[in-house]
Design a binder for this molecule. Structure first.
Ligand SMILES: O=C(O)CCC(=O)C(=O)O
Ligand SMILES: [Fe+2]
Length: 272
């Protein structure tokens, strides 16, 4: 059955910070995108080694571009994004679009973070605070070509600053991931999962093949990866001219602040 957008998708996007458009990619497109992702995985591992977890942007590599064009132009998807956000929000820019991949050998996880605030060194926190609720900014996409439970989120956290328990869990900046040094594969898997669950309110975001998650990257979130689960998930933005301009301006300012010696400001510095 063709995908039907409902008010529930729109409500979940605003209230939880993410909405999943179930099975919105037709199987034939999943098949074409899987084929090109196999090549992307080979290129990524050749360039960056077996633990690499992404290739980005797809437009800059020797890959068949047609499946990405078909994804960018898929009418149900263009329509659903326009209804949840606005017709000015565009996905599928191949100068930006990436593919998230499973590591080949060892489990790994990222640190818990809210994008920009916790992973852009030198960022002026005022910019992020001011933009937190701006619907033109921070709209991100994970579109799964295989079942994917790698992304963990704290639902609703995009609507607010950190709760006390979140600030207490990660009082320092930059936020550290778990210590995985000198551990076996199974120990690493165990430690990463414990780390995911150590955040109050954390849940995995389950996507099936062909599902498309539209989310606020201002949510608390992280990625947790095991080598035995194939992953090829399109990583994209619902972009606006405002977010393009904001990103450029804020990145420029962040690199100047870094030159001045700023490492990473702590959003909770005054709470303890
Ligand atoms: O792998 C994921 O789904 C999350 C990745 C992520 O959070 C990031 O790249 O900032
Ligand atoms: Fe992120």
């Amino acid at each position: 059955m063709a995908f039907q957008l409902s008010d529930q998708h729109i409500e979940e996007f605003h209230m939880l910070g993410y909405a999943v458009f179930g099975k919105i990619l037709p199987p034939s497109l999943v098949s074409d995108l899987r084929r090109v992702s196999d090549t992307a995985r080979e290129i990524a591992r050749e360039r960056s080694g077996s633990q690499v977890q992404r290739l980005q942007p797809v437009g800059h590599f020797d890959l068949d571009q047609q499946p990405f064009i078909d994804y960018a132009e898929l009418p149900d998807l263009v329509d659903a994004i326009a209804k949840v956000l606005t017709p000015r929000h565009r996905h599928g820019n191949r100068d930006h679009l990436g593919i998230l991949l499973e590591p080949a050998e060892m489990p790994y996880c990222t640190a818990w973070h809210r994008d920009w605030r916790d992973n852009i060194r030198g960022l002026n926190l005022e910019r992020w605070n001011q933009g937190l609720l701006d619907i033109n900014l921070f709209n991100q996409i994970n579109c799964a070509l295989y079942n994917d439970s790698c992304t963990w989120v704290v639902p609703g956290s995009h609507l607010r600053h950190d709760l006390l328990g979140e600030a207490e869990r990660f009082p320092d900046r930059p936020i550290s991931g778990p210590n995985l040094g000198d551990k076996t594969v199974e120990e690493r898997e165990h430690i990463c999962l414990e780390y995911c669950r150590s955040m109050p309110g954390a849940v995995p975001l389950y996507l099936e093949a062909g599902d498309f998650a539209l989310y606020r990257n201002t949510l608390w979130h992280m990625g947790n990866y095991v080598p035995y689960s194939a992953r090829a998930t399109l990583h994209d933005s619902a972009m606006t001219p405002e977010f393009e301009a904001w990103s450029q301006r804020v990145q420029q300012e962040a690199s100047e602040r870094q030159k001045d010696g700023v490492v990473m400001d702590n959003p909770n510095a005054n709470r303890f």
